[in-house]
Design a protein around this ligand. Sequence first.
Ligand SMILES: [Zn+2]
Length: 462
Amino acid sequence: MGQATRTTKLLLDLGKRDQGGANTDKRAALDATARLLNQARAFYIDFFLAHADKLAERVPYYSEKHLEMRERAISANELLTWAEACTVATAAHPRPWEGWNFSARFPEMPFIYRRSVIKDAIGKVRAYLSSLANWEKSGKRKGKPGLPGATDHPTLYQGTCELILEEAKGGDRFVRLKVYDGHAWQWVNYPVVCSRYFQQRQREPAWEQQSPTLVLSKQAAALHFPQTKEITAKKVKESKLDPDLVTVAVDLNVKNLAVITVRQHGTIIKTVFITDHGLDQQRYRHLRRIAKKQWLSGKPVKDERSNQQLWRHVRRMNEDAAHKVARSIANVCARYPGCVLLFERLRKIRAKGASKSRRMNRKQANHLRGKINQQAREKAFVEGVVTVEVNPHGTSQQCSRCGLKGERFSYRGSKRIKAPWGKLFWCPHCRYEANADWNASVNVHHSFFNELHWQPRLKKKA
Ligand SMILES: [Zn+2]
């Protein structure tokens, strides 16, 4: 059993007014709301830090299971009730504590927002206190945890946010948000950029909706909707005993972004090559341009980013490629229900030597491999497929037929050139020749089943 999560983004339309975008006042209201909520969160973080002993309180309760009185840690809900009683003026508690009068400092804040910031603050302070305790226990001088920060994306619980996506009168689609416009709290309608894909994902019955968060950036504003789904998957140990088990191995590379091989009953039944369609080359050209511009402009200015547009473009190219490759891997997995997805444990390859642009490109390529690994794992898990990381030792050097060490080579003209970057693989022991990346991908299966070169390590005698 496990839980898969995914996030669907709904962009608020902050485009030009005459093209249906929200006006600037509405945009300012979003910023003002986030700022005010940050201040409120800071208030409660200070409050809980000042009363840290309350968070450590133990509460007695009657255990039905053990039929006796026991103690447990105070729950977040109890803390919330207590904090509200101390800081908020109500008919029952007309006088909040001296110096902690929330109602006076943040008049008329909707109680749902107040509770969400209190919950945020409890989480942050608890995390801080436990890491502080760990640090003190460790006795190290370095690495003292810093105080928790108050900035966060506000969560919009029910009662502060309403989605109106069904074609209302005039076909308008918008969200109603409770925002602070600088003077008072009120409901404001924001137009949204809504596609049918968003609605499809919202409606899928197996996925449970969670409250969205409001994410503001310089260019855009969006609502992020997390969704969760319960997944039932077999344990790898159990599936390894199954003689009909299908394994899907992936070898991640630079030009062949992924080589997927599917194996059952000891034979490879399917192979998929996913090339980068020139991504490496394009990215290299962009990075060369960045390196040159940096060189021309001299020493970088502190706290100032350069070449923002180009970097954003490079990031997006990588992001896009990662999603597409991960999707193809997950699609292959979906065709074999109950299969196991195999990756090599990613090695850290230091980008060194060569030119600066080449080093940067290597770094980006490594980053991309990590992204593909992570996203493929998530997307495959949604299909109920578990991922295993196998020992990568020698997967690209050993022969996938006899398990002995071979060499990589390439053809230049009609000449064979032996080189570690060679596209082909040759085994001098059994005279086997194959595509080098494919050979590595097949070896990943061997590593999973502890065959040939990949014997389980014997335990050292004591
Ligand atoms: Zn061989």
